[in-house]
Ligand binder design. Structure first.
Ligand code: SF4
Length: 245
């Protein structure tokens, strides 16, 4: 029968290795716990700041020519922001952005490209705009384009939203919205592309979309059709967007 020998120093060495591993695991668990508590507190703070922000926004009366009420999609805490241009005449009645025909097209794009329903979209993505009030009709028909001073006034709301939410992805819809983030360019040159943009002291991905209204046929004709598909695919595959699904 072989002799079984107890090697004290070997056992002591193994004990120390296990003890060090155990301490490491405990430290990591404590660290993970602390990180998750801090993350939860940050989400709570962001939600409170955004809630207060939306209440102040809804009471805004800075532009005398703009029609009331202010249109807001509500205080949805999200790392994805959609930025429209300005509400039409139906949105103030319906009480939410993209509530009419352009909205139907916009939400169909997201349902087709990402399987996201309109309600899922509204409840998981923050919906901002260049101007939050209906500008009124032009004498010649159609909606009035917001004046530069109105765009400037309303940009303070948008900047604050970027500061609060620190988005990872911003989706500007239509030329006026796109031009808040990058210099004016042809839709052919920017739709279907992802850009890294700095705005209000925060850096994020920008994937522009054309406006879904029937006023411009750009997205229904080539190359617009293909470029729009590319842009929607990029959005659907973006990590910040996928997290919302
Ligand atoms: S357009 Fe913007 S800045 Fe002007 S009144 Fe409406 S919310 Fe206020």
């Amino acid at each position: 029968m072989g002799e079984v020998r107890f090697d004290f120093f070997k056992a002591l060495g193994e004990f120390f290795i296990h003890a060090v591993n155990l301490i490491g695991l405990c430290r990591k668990a404590k660290c993970d716990f602390t990180i998750s508590v801090v993350a939860k507190q940050n989400v709570k703070l962001t939600a409170r700041l955004l809630d207060e922000h939306v209440q102040r926004l809804r009471a805004c009366a800075l532009c005398p020519k703009m029609h009331k009420p202010v249109v807001s999609g509500g205080a949805v805490v999200s790392k994805v922001m959609l930025v429209g241009q300005a509400p039409g005449d139906k949105e103030p009645i319906m009480g939410r952005p993209f509530a009419w025909t352009a909205g139907r097209t916009l939400f169909r794009w997201f349902t087709d490209a990402a399987g996201m329903s309109e309600e899922q979209f509204r409840s998981s993505i923050y919906m901002a705009a260049v101007c939050r009030c209906f500008p009124g009709k032009k004498a010649t028909g159609g909606d009035r384009v917001p004046a530069p001073d109105e765009v400037e006034q309303c940009s303070a709301w948008l900047k604050r939203e970027v500061e609060i939410l620190k988005p990872e992805l911003v989706i500007p819809v239509g030329k006026l919205a796109i031009e808040q983030f990058i210099p004016p360019q042809k839709l052919n040159d920017i739709i279907g592309k992802k850009m890294r943009v700095m705005y209000a002291g925060h850096e994020f991905d920008l994937i522009p979309l054309p406006h879904p209204s029937g006023a411009s046929p750009w997205h229904r004709m080539e190359p617009g059709k293909t470029l729009l598909k590319q842009a929607l695919k990029m959005i659907a595959e973006h990590p910040a967007f996928r997290e919302r699904l």
